[in-house]
Write a protein that binds this ligand. Structure first.
Ligand code: CA
Length: 227
């Protein structure tokens, strides 16, 4: 899951970075409306976590811009947005929801609850009530990070899981290496140029050579599941 955190409190940023990284999520941070908008124009995000009190303005301004973005360009106007507000800011919360936020948490919040709410938002977009992604005999559970193939549990690392989940969700579309990298890494993380190939090699060893196909010079795809 690719997450944009729009927050100017370094303590909250630090806490969320370490807690959400454990889940295998890639977190990018913007400390104001201007850098957040630049990030959203540049790349697709699965969820936006939005603080309302930002140094360069009110977070609802960013939310309105996202919701009124043209459907054929970034950001996708349907991008799930979860606002983070202080407990006494009831009016801000209402304003945020009215401006198009999908959900909110009150500060200080519990990170596990926040993660669960983010998964719920994403499920709404992907459209599965239990969150488990089914592809033929392959089952991927993003909340438990578990994988089973034909009823057999398969142990994947968080990055291997994230690569496979991205390909299965896009199936049968081809994803290029940069598109896969964007799903997995923050901009500021030094990236081993063949990291994606290594993860895919490991997934193939664990789940069989035929699940992930290579389109030479283009990228990778998972064929559509047999009906
Ligand atoms: Ca703030």
């Amino acid at each position: 899951m690719r997450v944009l955190l729009v927050e100017d409190d370094p303590g909250i940023v630090q806490g969320l970075c370490s807690n959400l990284a454990v889940l295998g999520w890639a977190l990018d941070v913007a400390d104001g409306i201007a850098p957040a908008w630049a990030a959203l124009r540049a790349e697709p995000f699965d969820v936006v976590l939005l603080d309302l009190g930002l140094a360069d303005g009110d977070g609802t301004e960013l939310l309105r811009r996202v919701r009124t973005s043209a459907p054929d360009r970034l950001p996708d106007p349907r991008t799930p947005v979860l606002i983070m507000t202080a407990r006494d800011q009831v009016s801000c919360r209402i304003e945020g929801l009215d401006a198009g936020a999908d959900d909110y948490v009150s500060k200080p919040f519990d990170v596990d609850e926040l993660a669960a709410r983010m998964r719920a938002l994403r499920r709404r977009v992907v459209g599965r009530a239990d969150g488990v992604v089914v592809h033929g005999q392959l089952l991927l559970d993003p909340s438990a990070l578990t994988t089973t193939l034909a009823g057999r549990a398969v142990d994947l690392s968080t990055r291997e899981f994230a690569v496979l989940l991205a390909l299965v969700e896009a199936s049968p579309k081809v994803l290029s290496r940069p598109q896969l990298e964007a799903k997995l890494y923050n901009w500021d993380r030094a990236l081993d140029s063949n990291a994606i190939e290594v993860h895919i090699h490991h997934v193939r060893k664990k789940l069989g050579e035929n699940l992930i196909r290579t389109v030479r010079g283009v990228g990778y795809f998972v064929p559509a599941a047999a009906a």
